[in-house]
Design a protein around this ligand. Structure first.
Ligand code: PGA
Length: 251
């Protein structure tokens, strides 16, 4: 299974920055085999980035959507709109959306349904805070978030969902999860999936790690059997660094 490397640019880069990133990154990515790179820029760059990425294997993703199809929802953007802008993927349930925009599992589950209906592949983020980890409630939190966000999703639809395990305390802090912590969480998520969908689908599900991934620790994550890729924030903003992350090979 090719590893999936997702760049989450968050609220960074204008058109000029994006163009120079893509120019440099496209050269490096040509040499990279057996991994799939997805870039998730701000909404304003999507249409132009689609043009920039033409002819390359790099895919485009959005960082969020609203669940309604269209109408009087000032400031919101629908699944069909990001699809129209060239997206194949969408990140949903990111902890920054949960924290700063009060997104609940119920809201995220509606967004998941809308994304799937519009043939977008979903990258669903789940993860515990430091307080929850210290309280030994990590597994509980992961289970609740996963079950609630995947409510009403069919077994077949789960094939189009990747789960990103992103411990909140590891995001943007430089304090990544250890291999043991990531391995334990990923195994647990796979076992939860095997209760929601069939064993085969759970075994093939894409579960990726996110939280302070960089060019120095990427190999440690890629070595873990249940880690099928990574979601990278800060270290994805520089084309050389993200190319190094994408090129890591683990035997
Ligand atoms: P980070 O962000 O790599 O900067 O920790 C990861 C994320 O938020 O997805």
């Amino acid at each position: 299974m090719p590893k999936i490397l997702i760049a989450n640019w968050k609220m960074n880069k204008d058109l000029k920055d994006a163009a120079s990133f893509i120019k440099a990154f496209k050269k490096d990515i040509k040499k990279i085999k057996n991994s799939a790179a997805v870039i998730c820029p701000p909404f304003t760059l999507l249409h132009e980035m689609k043009k920039m990425l033409r002819g390359s294997s790099i895919k485009l993703g959005a960082q969020n959507i609203y669940f309604e199809e269209k109408g009087a929802f000032t400031g919101e953007i629908s699944a069909s709109m990001v699809k129209d802008a060239g997206c194949e993927y969408v990140i949903l349930g990111h902890s920054e959306r949960r924290q700063y925009f009060n997104e609940s599992d119920e809201l995220i589950s509606k967004k998941v349904k809308s994304a799937l209906k519009n043939s977008l592949k979903v990258i669903l983020c789940i993860g515990e805070t430091l307080e929850q980890r210290n309280n030994n409630s990590t597994f509980n939190v992961l289970q609740n978030q996963l079950e609630r966000c995947l409510k009403d999703v069919s077994e077949k639809e789960i094939e189009n969902i990747s789960i990103a395990y992103e411990p909140v305390w590891a995001i943007g802090t430089g304090k990544n999860a250890t291999s043991e912590q990531a391995e334990e969480a990923h195994k647990f998520i796979r076992s939860l999936l095997s209760k929601i969908c069939n064993k085969n689908a759970a075994a093939n599900a894409i579960i990726i790690y996110g939280g302070s991934v960089n060019e120095n620790n990427i190999a440690d994550f890629m070595r873990i059997k249940d880690v099928n890729g990574v979601l990278v924030g800060g270290a994805s903003l520089n084309p050389e660094t993200f190319a190094k992350i994408c090129s890591v090979r683990v035997l």
